[in-house]
Design a protein around this ligand. Sequence first.
Ligand code: A3D
Length: 320
Amino acid sequence: MARPKIALIGSGQIGGTLAHLAAIKELGDVVLFDIAEGTPQGKALDIAESGPSEKFDAALTGTNDYADIAGADVCIVTAGVPRKPGMSRDDLLGINLKVMKSVGEGIAKHAPNAFVICITNPLDAMVWALREFSGLPHEKVVGMAGVLDSARFRHFLSLEFDVSMRDVTAFVLGGHGDTMVPLARYSTVGGIPLPDLVKMGWTTQEKLDAIIQRTRDGGAEIVGLLKTGSAFYAPATSAIEMAEAYLKDQKRLLPCAAWVDGAFGLKGMYVGVPTVIGAGGVERVVDIKLNKDEQAMFDKSVESVQGLVSACKEIDETLA
Ligand code: A3D
């Protein structure tokens, strides 16, 4: 059987890291695409030359022509611009919306059967626009944010409790922005929910609140340190986890920016929710019960995503 084909639309910091990870994990052959001439070709060659040491079997190519993504099984989209210190994700909307238009059209023409994972910010609005421009089925177009935000939460919790990250589960829902909703009740260490760990004296509510805030600010913390761009290692591993779930039909339960129509009382929008990802794409949206406080935070986050989608419709009238 031929290897799966993975197209990476955007070959910048995240795109290059995605290519390296996909090759090392032997998820398939990788095509790097970018509008910048030489960048995808150079990265593809550089990573291919790591093959003898890493001992992977995967072909890597770079291109500036959408025709070369033909028949891709997975497309991961990072095309656009990242934020710089002082910028919010929402400041990227105007520029990246135009990019989503060309990317959506390219995917629709050359890889209409692909599972598409969007990473470009502002995430929830961009994945919505990408789906609109591409016309692909909703369950085949999804945004990566919750896996990363939850990974950040898990990392900070493992430091606080001095336990392995493997034993920490966490859920962050809502839009990928300042209003994201880290859910303490549904986050556990070895199955023990965080509120119980506070009662057991493992941490205090104040410390937990500070960790939740650090999770919300996780992207900005890295932008502030790097100064020239945003995080790329953990965003890439998060998207690879989703791509692997699809390619291997793992039916992983992962928080993703998915199309929600009915669940959570929402009528047709993209926002971060728990999903099951398998060979069918987003096979299920898991409609968990939120308490009053969680619902209020989720509603605020939903409202902020809806505001961004309205802004997209104002900028590009074909979306209205
Ligand atoms: P960067 O290293 O600048 O790479 C972006 C690439 O996109 C560059 O190589 C550009 O040449 C290319 N590009 C620009 N316009 C087009 C186009 N029309 N078609 C094809 N390629 C194009 O950025 P990055 O890789 O660090 O980040 C990429 C995106 O991911 C940004 O929008 C970030 O804000 C976003 N991001 C999202 C998360 C989430 O958790 C959702 C995390 C980190 C970054």
